[in-house]
Ligand binder design. Structure first.
Ligand code: UGA
Length: 357
């Protein structure tokens, strides 16, 4: 453990503290350090067990409020996880998606540049755009970025996130790190439609909901798109690798200088790459094992077109395979949880949490 983890005077602000990644990061910070947390979100159901923690202060707010942005930027480390990040919303709510993924984080970046806070901004693997089925490893500072036409509003989110990255990277006085998550999964991901959320959650939560309800899993456009699924617990370990690297650098270097970590990192697990059809079959098998039944009793997946399922303007990235060389080289970090373990822990949690859903 590096000495600063014992420093009770450090407060981390986490925007989106009650969300899927935020709840795990909060738990890890409170368990592995003596730091304090200033948590901002609109919904705290995932962190009920922390609401009375004396090391935490929580605020019900979002980044649309300027005074909240200024308050957040008073803390030395600011982690921004807040976003509208479910694809089903990118078509119907493009303006809100753009506001939440560009206007709000840009305002936060300005405030952090002014106050001198280190901003760790969560972007997305989706900034690599409309990748094709045979696209190669996606490399942070090399890959070409191609998006669909403006009429394909699927790309509203990715283009807003990309603009934010460019904005952050261009701010002269900002100390920053950008994280590009590649399909993080684990307990508390998204919601179960009709129980604690509405619409279509991301694929893991959607498949888990269908399994619990005994309904067929829907394979959008045949389920041929590929994703590399990453445990949210590996993602939290990445954050600690980042904290350690930054804190040991700033202890030895001029604190006023921009950190060598002012760059973007892919966080993913290329060993966990699957087509969505393969994901469906793995999840059916694991669900059958959890329930102690034969997989033949679990409904076969059904195919559905993307436009029919999500609406006009839906397009897809066909492959998202992260290069993880940079995080390994600069931070000594590599995601390690294999796909079967990630899926089992996610599904077991989902079944337990929503058993009456
Ligand atoms: C989404 C977000 O846009 C990104 O911000 C985010 O970084 C990323 O998830 C992530 O979790 O890291 P995407 O991977 O397309 O991007 O999200 P999903 O909704 O989980 O879809 C994954 C694939 O499964 C897509 O090909 C989709 O069409 C398919 N899918 C989804 C199905 O076949 N069936 C479903 O029920 C849901």
């Amino acid at each position: 453990m590096i000495p600063q983890f014992n420093d009770q005077s450090i407060t981390v602000a986490i925007v989106g503290c009650g969300g899927f990644i935020g709840c795990h990061l909060l738990d890890a910070i409170l368990t592995r350090t003596k730091w304090r947390v200033f948590g901002v979100d609109l919904d705290f159901y995932r962190i009920q067990h922390r609401l009375n923690d004396e090391r935490c202060e929580f605020m019900v707010a979002d980044l649309a409020d300027k005074s909240v942005v200024e308050r957040i930027a008073k803390y030395p480390i600011v982690v921004n996880l807040a976003a509208i990040c479910t694809p089903s919303r990118y078509m119907a709510e493009a303006p809100e998606v753009i506001r939440s993924n560009y206007d709000h984080p840009a305002a936060l970046a300005d405030a952090c540049a002014k106050s001198g806070s280190w901003l760790i901004h969560f972007s997305t693997s989706e900034i690599y755009g409309r990748t094709s089925a045979d696209s190669d490893l996606l490399v942070e500072d090399e890959s070409e970025l191609t998006f669909g036409p403006v009429t394909a509003s699927r790309w509203s989110y990715a283009t807003a996130k990309l603009l934010t990255e460019r904005y952050i990277a261009g701010l002269k006085n900002l100390k920053w790190t950008v994280v590009r998550p590649f399909n993080f999964v684990g307990p508390y991901m998204d919601f179960m439609p009709g129980v604690d959320g509405s619409g279509i959650p991301r694929v893991l939560a959607n498949f888990s909901s269908a399994l619990v309800r005994g309904e067929p899993l829907k394979l959008v456009n045949g389920g041929v798109a590929k994703r590399s699924f990453t445990s949210v617990f590996d993602a939290v370990d990445f954050m600690f690798a980042l904290f350690e690297a930054e804190l040991s650098t700033s202890a030895t270097e001029n604190a006023a200088e921009k950190s060598p970590l002012s760059q973007a990192f892919n966080i993913g697990n290329p060993e966990n790459e699957l087509t969505i059809a393969e994901l469906a079959n793995k999840m059916r098998k694991i669900f059958a094992e959890i329930k102690g039944v034969s997989v033949d009793t679990i409904p076969e997946p059904e195919e559905v077109s993307g436009v029919e399922y999500y609406g006009e303007g839906y397009e897809d990235s066909m492959r998202r395979l992260p290069s993880v060389e940079k995080a390994e080289r600069l931070l000594g970090f590599k995601a390690k949880t294999p796909i079967d373990v990630v899926l089992r822990e996610s599904l077991e949690w989902f079944v337990g949490h929503y058993s009456n859903g």
